[in-house]
Every structure is written in structure tokens, then in C-alpha cells.
Design a protein around this ligand. Structure first.
Ligand code: SF4
Length: 295
């Protein structure tokens, strides 16, 4: 099949009914990401911390941010990597992250669970592998926020894509966690130590980000995290099957999630974020989840 420009198509965007050549596909991804970025209202004195794991999404994000802002005065950025300590997996993605930063000439900071908490994730979950994602996700977000702030970032830019966002909405819904559903709207401005999140890819499907990375010559890690299992992965599979049956369903689920979040955020507007009594970092409880799990 062919793109509207007459060139051979590399992608069939089923939910739009379009075929896109390489050039038009890349342009369409960047146009959509820029459109999302505009909603965050970046000023002209920003210092962005780009969360870079070395996986396809965050590598594509760094590539995109570099392309967009490398010659823009008033917008500075650097890459920030957290080494959770997952043998045979994170060490390889960190290598890819380092190579990409070198290729693009971007400052790169790496911090680890081992330095911060005294244990790698592997050591921490030796006898409870099934909880690895909880220990990992909580501590990674905590450390990213802390280090981004200490490095002077005005925003923390993450590579969450449409699939990640929809999975989170459905998981929060299934768990009945209304407060979490509204978090993106409430807490970003409710604690002085919280670095505001920016997610340029949040309205782009995961498979399109993967293709964007591939078409731009970004090295992609083959290995999967050895702990990747649990509810998120079941929901992910379910959503992919649903999308096959009914294309565009992820977008409508996302939009519904946004509407629900806004409504809940309005009703929960009096709830505040605390400073954790142990580490002083932003927390929804008196003691933050990271201190509860790791200290
Ligand atoms: Fe961490 Fe789980 Fe992601 Fe692995 S799959 S990197 S353990 S959150």
C-alpha cells in the first residue's frame, strides 16, 4: 500500500484508516507529541530532566526532545537514568542509554537503588519476586523526582505512552483507587518538592513509538525485564486484543479516563500531599511508600 504522497507505506494506522510512508509517519508522531507538549505550557526558562531507561520508549523520547529543543534558547535538558539493579536486563539498557547520550551529545546522570537504599532490586526481592514491580515502581518514581529536583529540573519528562496511560486508568479503576485516578491533576502543583511531570507521548500508541524508534535508527533492547508480570501485563494483553477487535478503543478509553480524573480531582480537591516524616519527600500518606517498603 502507498502513502498519500505516493511513496511506499511503512505503517497502516488502522484507527485513522491511513497508510503512511516513513517520512509522513515520523512527522505525524512528532506533530502529535508537540501538540501534547503545548498543553503543558512550557516557558522559556525550562530545565528538563528526561527520564531515560534505555528502553525503546524513553530512547525515542530523548531523540525527539533533542530534535525539538537542541537549538532552542531557554530550554535546557539532560538525561536521568535510574539503575534498579536487575542483572542481565538493566545493565544492558543502561549501556544503550549511554550510547544514545554520547551519540546525541546529551549530559547523562545515573543513580542507583544500591547507592540510595543499600540494595539492588534483585537483592530486595530475592524471596518475593512477585512484588518486584511494586518495589521497583515506587522507588524509581521517588528517586527520579528527588534527583531531577536536586539537579535543578523544572520538569520531569517521561516516556509514558497511550498504552501505559490506559493500563493505569483501568488498574486504578479495578482497584477502586479514586485518589490515584485523579493524581495527575491534583498533586502536580500541591507539593513544593514535586517536579511537575510532562508526558509528550501519552496520546501515542506504544507500537507507534516502537516504530518511530526503529525508523530513527535507535538501538532497541531485545530482553524483557525478568519480573514483567502481574496485573499490568494482563491488562496490557487484554487491551491489545480489544484493539484488534475494535480499533481506536485505546483512545476512547484514554479520553474517558481523562474525563473521570477531572471529575474526581474536583471532588477530592481538599486532599493535600504531605512531606514524608522520614525522608521529607512528597507523599500521599504521613510516611511515603518508598520509606515503607525500602527503609
Ligand atoms: Fe521494574 Fe517491573 Fe518494570 Fe521490571 S517490569 S523494570 S521490575 S516495574
Amino acid at each position: 500500500m502507498f502513502c498519500k504522497c505516493g511513496k511506499k507505506a511503512v505503517y497502516h494506522r488502522k484507527y485513522e484508516g491511513t497508510y503512511l510512508c516513513k517520512e509522513h509517519f515520523i512527522k505525524s508522531i512528532e506533530r502529535r507529541a508537540k501538540h501534547t507538549l503545548r498543553k503543558y505550557g512550557l516557558g522559556n526558562n525550562e530545565r528538563l530532566a528526561i527520564a531515560l531507561s534505555g528502553g525503546k520508549d524513553s530512547s525515542a523520547l530523548l531523540f525527539f526532545i533533542n530534535k525539538l529543543f537542541r537549538n532552542v534558547r531557554g530550554i535546557d535538558f539532560f538525561a536521568l537514568t535510574i539503575d534498579e539493579g536487575i542483572a542481565g536486563y538493566r545493565d544492558k539498557s543502561i549501556l544503550l542509554a549511554k550510547r544514545l547520550c554520547e551519540r546525541l551529545g546529551i549530559r547523562h546522570y545515573i543513580f542507583s537503588f544500591k547507592e540510595e537504599f543499600g540494595l539492588t532490586l534483585d537483592e530486595k526481592v530475592k524471596d518475593r519476586r512477585e512484588y518486584a514491580c511494586t518495589y521497583c515502581g515506587v522507588a524509581r518514581r521517588w528517586l527520579l523526582n528527588k534527583k531531577a529536583r536536586e539537579l535543578g529540573a523544572t520538569r520531569l519528562v517521561t516516556a509514558h505512552n497511550l498504552d501505559d496511560e490506559v493500563q493505569s486508568v483501568i488498574m486504578d479503576y479495578l482497584r477502586g483507587d479514586l485518589s490515584r485516578l485523579s493524581r495527575a491533576y491534583k498533586y502536580a502543583v500541591m507539593h513544593k518538592l514535586f517536579v511537575q511531570r510532562v508526558k509528550p507521548f501519552k496520546e501515542i500508541p506504544e507500537r507507534e513509538i516502537a516504530l518511530y524508534a526503529l525508523l530513527n535508527g535507535i538501538e532497541i533492547q531485545e530482553e524483557k525485564c525478568p519480573y514483567a508480570r502481574g496485573m499490568r501485563f494482563v491488562v496490557k494483553k487484554f487491551l491489545n486484543e480489544l484493539e484488534e477487535e475494535s480499533s481506536g478503543i485505546k483512545f476512547s478509553a484514554y479520553r474517558t479516563g481523562v474525563k473521570i480524573s477531572r471529575v474526581i480531582a474536583t471532588h477530592l480537591s481538599k486532599k493535600v500531599m504531605y512531606s514524608c516524616a522520614k525522608c521529607n519527600e512528597p507523599s500521599v500518606n504521613r510516611i511515603c511508600k518508598t520509606c515503607e517498603l525500602w527503609r
